[in-house]
Design a protein around this ligand. Sequence first.
Ligand code: ZN
Length: 309
Amino acid sequence: MDSKTGFWIRRPGDDDREGDIDTARLINGVLPFVRDTRNILLVRPSLASVAKEDTEAFLASLSYALQRGSQLLFQVEEQELSVTRIGDGDEHRILFWEAAEGGSGVWSRLIEDQAAVGQVATESLKLCHFDPETGNDVAEEEKCSRACYRCLLSYTNQPDHRLLNRFLVRDFLNQLRQAVTTRQTTGRSYEDHYQWLRERIDPNSNLEAQFLETLFTFRRRLPDRTQFRPEAGVYAEADFYYDRDDLRGVAVFVDGPHHDAPAQSEADQRERKKLEDLGYRVIVIRYDRPLADQVSEKADVFGPGLSRA
Ligand SMILES: [Zn+2]
């Protein structure tokens, strides 16, 4: 690069170079680069049931199976979802990214819909010529042994063709069909967070424990905290509380029979109304109706969960 003009200068010896280069003004070793922002999804599959010598082939096959499964499920073009493998050994990961500028919204759908990962797995199985219900190979005779252009192979993944084998991912995808997406709170696993909450509920309220257990059993979204008073000036302590991005949170009150007493009921309504006026969402769970029904009715807060435990 010419330090005076900022222009790239042709290399000495290039045929069509014009004029002489003032080598005293040359800057060498300039590395052009661009910055870009993409939505990425980092997948670290459990390799517990994969033979060590199959690891690379497994990850390669899985990356294209999930990439294609997602494309089919979310109806996006092949080039909109890209995939590569990064890391080594135990640090092996599959990295997906939305190639479309600004993203196509696939990751948010994958995260917000608890059943979406399972649906991707179902699409991936079908595409790999497996019956998703039985796991049976339904490829036409002699049409596809390990991989073909109708399943895992494409012109863009040619360097990986020798690795691709649909049979390596069949069991994994079959298990993934049952997947339910849960949110990790402050670094705790779903199970650990459940235990953490259990230790923080009102020990005198059996109903709170039952409510929490209902959420857990059906893999619904767990609250972020318990026994939380959102506003110092409002005399309402939520039994459970969900944080919301950019919004006041959701206060859940689990009401046993003593909340039906007229004075208590009146105070509850007054204070909870104040929370609502301030922008909080208030949900009251009652003792005299099935908990599972009440939770299902508020799937936008508690998540769709599993249809059965
Ligand atoms: Zn095939």
